[in-house]
Ligand binder design. Sequence first.
Ligand code: PXG
Length: 290
Amino acid sequence: MKIYLNGKLVDKNEAKISVFDHGLLYGDGVFEGIRSYNCLVFRLKDHIDRLYRSAQAILLDIPLSKEKIAAAIIKTLKANKLKDSYIRVVVTRGEGDLGLDPRKCRQPSLFIITDNIAFYPAELYKRGLDIVTVPTRRNINEALSPQIKSLNYLNNIMAKIEAINFKVEEALMLTNEGYVCECTGDNIFMVRNGRLFTPPASMGFLAGITREVVLEIARKRNIPVFEEVLTRYDLFNANEVFLTGTAAEIIPVVKIDGRTIGLGKSGSLTLSLIEDFRRATKIDGYRYSL
Ligand code: PXG
């Protein structure tokens, strides 16, 4: 497997980063998780734009132009002969010393990993997920904006561990005020009486690209869409709940905190959105050839 590392394609075993890299020492860096489907990088421009926004927010200069990052991604996919891939783009502050001062880091590191995707089992898209609300709250906007897809994912990892300790796969994280926020790597939606609801980005979560695609599909289909503050009570009384993210795409949730949601299986609107989303992954992105 070839890894793109600071301008070169190197073998996986040679793709090494210094122990003095502030990405490792402090989680000082940003990343993107992207997917390609049958030689189409889904919503590549949106992902690269978000990478730049994350970097801008932490005052990190990405060493490549947006066009060059896209070219580097394609080059890595070709080198690994991947039609369907998970793509991880990481930009760290680079090698510095043991102090926090980012001025000591002379050159950011940029690497790209392309690999096969670990899917949720197909039957889970019909059967649905069981999730729990966890005690760990989502980072507050004012401390570290969840809009920044930074290398510091401990907030989400803590929540994930709590979910696993409760013997479920995914955690619902609330805002500090106790409103519905997001899951550890997915945004959340609910359906009630044919209307689609999701919290507004101002709640403080990573505004997912999959979330945006779902909103676009719903608006095109004239499904009434509301970006509204939601509580756990709202979710408990929803007809359908689902999560959205690059890795999971759209996945139904059928149980939250021990309460069955709707009919306890994937709802009809969720299933139709999954179909529409899969159609979008065939056309909506940047095409390459191997
Ligand atoms: N919230 C958080 C905290 C995320 O990390 C999403 C929402 C969904 O965003 P997108 O743009 O993907 O719809 C994410 C995305 C992984 C992985 O390997 C994580 C994400 C994306 C891809 C892979 O765990 N997080």
